[in-house]
Design a protein around this ligand. Structure first.
Ligand SMILES: Nc1nc2c(ncn2[C@@H]2O[C@H](COP(=O)(O)OP(=O)(O)OP(=O)(O)O)[C@@H](O)[C@H]2O)c(=O)[nH]1
Ligand SMILES: [Zn+2]
Length: 208
């Protein structure tokens, strides 16, 4: 699974944080999507890279939506990986794999009282349609056979291990709770066993 292009991109976030990423593209990924890898920090030969598999969320990543925790998780991941050395895989799996329009349909159903998983099912989708085969191919192309994985989602480490990636450790992300997303985070904890400690959530007090 060859790397197609590597290009250096200087990054500056809204809060002024700056770093440099090597943005990497691939050919022949299993699902034919244009997934990106960002190499951040420095990883010497033999070091185990810190990896985040970030699923695309246009509303959260681009527009700063408060309905989810994607924007702050992305910002956190870039800095942690730049400090440690590793890869951010930006996966084109909008809406947990159901697509942007369907995610917004699901938001409309959540506004009528469904939780995030019930809304997916009401639309005829699975709870989570993401498959990490392409991510495993990207890691293989990068020579990352053993990784430390930044996630609260047990399905990500489980799928990667089944795909032959050695996940040496799983590191939780910070808790980015707010009044607007706490119900969504609670659903992730109760339904898919995410390791999010909502008792210590940043901003949780304002949600109660
Ligand atoms: N269908 C649907 N997708 C959502 C909703 N809220 C967020 N998403 C999508 O969920 C994905 C976010 O996934 P991740 O940031 O990987 O979060 P996660 O699976 O909880 O795992 P970690 O953050 O690694 O713990 C993005 O693709 C979002 O677009 C929702 O209410 N419905
Ligand atoms: Zn989001």
């Amino acid at each position: 699974m060859p790397v197609r292009t590597r290009v250096t991109v200087p990054l500056e976030f809204a809060d002024g944080y700056q770093t440099t990423a090597e943005v990497i593209t691939f050919t022949g990924l299993a699902d034919g999507k244009e997934h990106l890898a960002l190499a951040l920090g420095s990883c010497a030969d033999g070091d185990v890279p810190l990896v985040r598999m970030h699923s695309e969320c246009m509303t959260g990543d681009v527009f700063g939506s408060q309905r989810c925790d994607c924007g702050p998780q992305l910002r956190e991941a870039v800095e942690r990986i730049a400090t440690t050395g590793g890869y951010l895989l930006y996966l084109r799996q909008e809406g947990r794999g159901i697509g942007l329009y369907a995610k917004l349909d699901a938001y409309a159903l959540q506004d009528l009282g469904m939780d995030t998983y019930e809304a997916n099912r009401a639309l005829g989708h699975g709870d989570d349609e993401r498959d990490y085969t392409a991510a495993a191919q990207m890691l293989d192309a990068l020579g990352a056979r053993s990784i430390d994985l930044l996630t609260n989602n047990p399905d990500k480490s489980s799928q990667l291990r089944d795909l032959g990636v050695e996940v040496r450790s799983v590191r939780p992300t910070g808790v980015h709770a707010s009044a607007a997303n706490v119900r969504y985070l609670q659903a992730k904890v109760s339904h898919t066993q995410h390791t999010i400690d909502l008792g210590v959530g940043v901003g949780l007090a304002s949600a109660s």
